[in-house]
Ligand binder design. Structure first.
Ligand SMILES: [Zn+2]
Ligand SMILES: [Zn+2]
Length: 365
């Protein structure tokens, strides 16, 4: 048992409190990672605001990178000192989805209330998203961790734990985009920009970004969008069709959690096109569409969780592409903050103008 600093949520909607918590040693199949960088994701904010429920008190944070500091028994392929990315994708390896190659859909439940962290008085502290990354250290399952090159800066590496794999994976793994197909990406925020670069990497013919903000459409072009369409237009799908030579798109990636975006997404589709549903609306939100149109045009709507990623396969290739200059990561970071500044960093993320804000731990002193 050791004492570490963490940002703890005691009540939904209130600022996180930086305080001492207890972390137990890694057990069978687990590793302890000393965190160098952890990015703030909109999911962390949704949880901290209570939008998705969950246990309290809790430590959020699930996009982390650092170094392995202790290895539990039975862990293979990782040693003390290894640079790693820590993800929230905890998979058992043996349930039906895991055995079928879809670890993001693992059906073995994880009880974060019984996780490795506790309050100093011994009472329970929830390890949110199986990670609890807003802390100096985490203890996680070995399967959540991917070894990476020491050469890659940890703030950059933390990004591939969630937002990047979600966006790139939605195109490559969920849509199975074929080179030469046309893509529409609705929403040019963090995940949207990664869907755009995923489409570029996959060889899309044309990539149309749709967003409410002209500024974000400009950024989208830096990431590979060939066209930008303002969502404020009365019928943006008609503008999009013009850009695509009169057709709809083969894949429409919805990266925002807004119900109107889901209502309209099928309008952008070509015959046999697919809507890939990535953005998460609030619980209870309902979208409407006409099944007759989808059936008659052979179209589909597919949910995409975490980009259907297989982390041990996909994170190494994405970081290789980064090192080759083919995947933009540095450009996704808009601010670096200390753990003590986490509430300011969250407030900045909520303004919607930030890309990724990353909490960095400076251990040189
Ligand atoms: Zn995330
Ligand atoms: Zn499983």
């Amino acid at each position: 048992m050791q004492t570490i600093k963490a940002a703890v949520c005691h009540a939904f909607g209130e600022p996180l409190r930086i305080e001492d918590i207890h972390l137990r040693a890694p057990e069978q199949g687990e590793v302890e990672v000393t965190i160098d960088a952890v990015a703030i994701c909109h999911s962390d904010i949704s949880y901290a605001e209570g939008s998705w429920g969950g246990s309290l008190p809790a430590v959020y944070g699930h996009e982390a990178a650092g170094r392995v500091s202790t290895v539990g028994t039975g862990v293979q392929g990782l040693s003390e000192g290894d640079s790693v990315v820590v993800t929230l994708i905890r998979s058992c390896g043996s349930c039906a989805p895991c055995a079928g190659g879809s670890p993001v859909s693992c059906e073995t439940p994880y009880n974060g209330d019984m996780g490795p962290i506790t309050l100093p008085d011994g009472s329970k502290l929830h390890q949110a998203m199986a990670t609890g990354g807003f802390a100096e250290k985490v203890v996680v399952d070995r399967r959540q961790v991917v070894r990476i090159s020491d050469k890659i800066a940890k703030d950059v590496a933390s990004l591939v734990a969630c937002g990047v794999i979600t966006g790139v994976g939605a195109v490559v793994n969920s849509a199975h985009l074929r080179a030469g197909q046309d893509v529409v990406v609705i929403g040019a925020g963090g995940v949207g920009l990664n869907a755009i670069q995923g489409a570029r990497i996959a060889g899309a013919r044309r990539i149309v970004a749709v967003d409410m903000s002209a500024e974000k459409l400009d950024v989208a072009k830096e990431f590979g969008a060939t066209h930008g369409v303002l969502a404020t237009h009365k019928a943006p799908w008609l503008v999009t069709r013009k850009a695509l030579g009169g057709r709809g798109a083969d894949a429409v990636i919805v990266t925002v959690g807004a119900i109107p975006a889901y209502d309209q997404a099928p309008n952008y589709l070509a015959t046999q096109g697919k809507v890939i549903m990535v953005g998460m609306p609030h619980v209870g939100g309902e979208a409407t569409y006409q099944p007759v149109n989808l059936a008659a045009a052979g179209q589909g709507m597919i949910g995409s969780k975490m980009g259907d990623v297989v982390i041990q396969r996909d994170i190494p290739w994405m970081l290789d592409l980064y090192e080759q200059g083919r995947l933009k990561l540095d450009e996704l970071i808009s601010g670096r903050w200390s753990l003590e500044q986490i509430n300011e960093a969250i407030a900045d993320t909520k303004t919607g103008t930030a890309r990724r804000n990353v909490i960095v731990f400076d251990r040189k002193a």
